[in-house]
Design a protein around this ligand. Structure first.
Ligand SMILES: C[S@@+](CC[C@H](N)C(=O)[O-])C[C@H]1O[C@@H](n2cnc3c(N)ncnc32)[C@H](O)[C@@H]1O
Length: 220
C-alpha cells in the first residue's frame, strides 16, 4: 500500500533532521532492542570495516566500534550537519577512536570511501536511503564480496490494521521524505541481483521490520 509515492528529497530531509537533531535521542528510546538485534545480524568480527549508513546522532557507534575493535573501522555516513555534530560529540565523549566520519549523503560518498572495502552495512531507520537507486548503487560499490547488511525501520501495517496506515504515515513524516515501498521497505535492496535475504521479520506488532542478508559480488 502506498498512500503517497514520491522520490526521497535530500534537501527536505536535511531540513527535517536539522529541526529534529536536538530532540532526536529523546524521541527514539524505544529503538534500542531492534538496534541490538540489527547489530547482531551483522556478525561483526575484529578488524571488520562497518558502515553506519545515515548514522544520525551516533546511537549505534559505540557498539559497532567495540565489535570491530582497534584494528577495524566504523564509517559513519551522515548528510545532516546538525545530526552529525551530535554523533561526533558522542564519539568524543565515549572516546571512540576507530570512527571515520563522512559528512555526506551515501550517494556522494565515493570521494571518501574506497571501493570494495566494507564488510558490513547497518541501515537503521533510513527509509529514504533504501528507496534511492543511486544510494544502493553507492553501497554496492563500497562493498566487499559477501558483505553483510542489516536493516531495520518503520513500515505500514498489513492486513486489517492497514486502516491505521494514514496515522502511521502522519507519525513518520518527520523521519522520511518518501513513503514509496513503505509496505515493504526492504524490497529494493533484497531484490538486487546477488542479494541473499537471510532474515526478515515484522517487529513491534507489524509497524516495524528487521531484515538481514549478504550481497555476493560474484553472482551479480
Ligand atoms: C531516522 S534517522 C536514523 C539515524 C540513525 N541511523 C539511528 O539509528 O538513530 C535517518 C538518518 O538518515 C539520514 N539520511 C537521510 N538521507 C540520507 C542519505 N541519502 N544518505 C545518508 N544518510 C541519509 C538522515 O539525515 C538521518 O540522520
Amino acid at each position: 500500500m502506498q498512500l503517497l509515492d514520491f522520490s526521497a528529497d535530500l534537501s527536505r530531509s536535511n531540513n527535517q533532521y536539522t529541526q529534529l537533531a536536538e530532540r532526536y535521542d529523546d524521541l527514539t528510546p524505544r529503538l534500542e532492542p531492534i538496534r541490538r538485534d540489527a547489530h547482531q545480524l551483522l556478525r561483526l568480527t575484529a578488524c571488520d570495516v562497518v558502515m553506519d549508513v545515515g548514522c544520525g546522532t551516533g546511537k549505534s557507534l559505540a557498539a559497532l566500534s567495540a565489535s570491530v575493535g582497534p584494528g577495524g573501522k566504523v564509517l559513519a555516513v551522515e548528510p545532516c550537519a546538525a545530526m552529525m555534530q551530535q554523533a561526533k560529540a558522542r564519539a568524543r565523549s565515549q572516546r571512540l577512536a576507530n570512527i571515520q566520519f563522512i559528512d555526506s549523503a551515501v550517494e556522494a560518498m565515493s570521494a571518501h570511501v574506497a571501493g570494495g572495502q566494507v564488510n558490513a552495512f547497518l541501515l537503521m531507520f533510513t527509509h529514504d536511503v533504501l528507496q534511492s537507486d543511486a544510494a544502493l548503487a553507492a553501497l554496492m560499490a563500497a562493498a566487499k564480496p559477501d558483505a553483510r547488511f542489516a536493516l531495520a525501520g518503520g513500515k505500514f501495517f498489513a492486513g486489517p490494521l492497514a486502516i491505521l496506515n494514514p496515522w502511521v504515515q502522519w507519525r513518520q513524516r518527520p523521519y522520511c521524505t518518501t513513503f514509496a515501498d513503505y509496505d515493504a521497505p526492504w524490497r529494493k535492496l533484497c531484490a538486487m541481483s546477488g542479494f541473499r535475504t537471510e532474515h526478515l521479520a515484522e517487529r513491534y506488532g507489524g509497524i516495524a521490520y528487521l531484515a538481514g542478508g549478504a550481497w555476493s559480488v560474484e553472482t551479480s
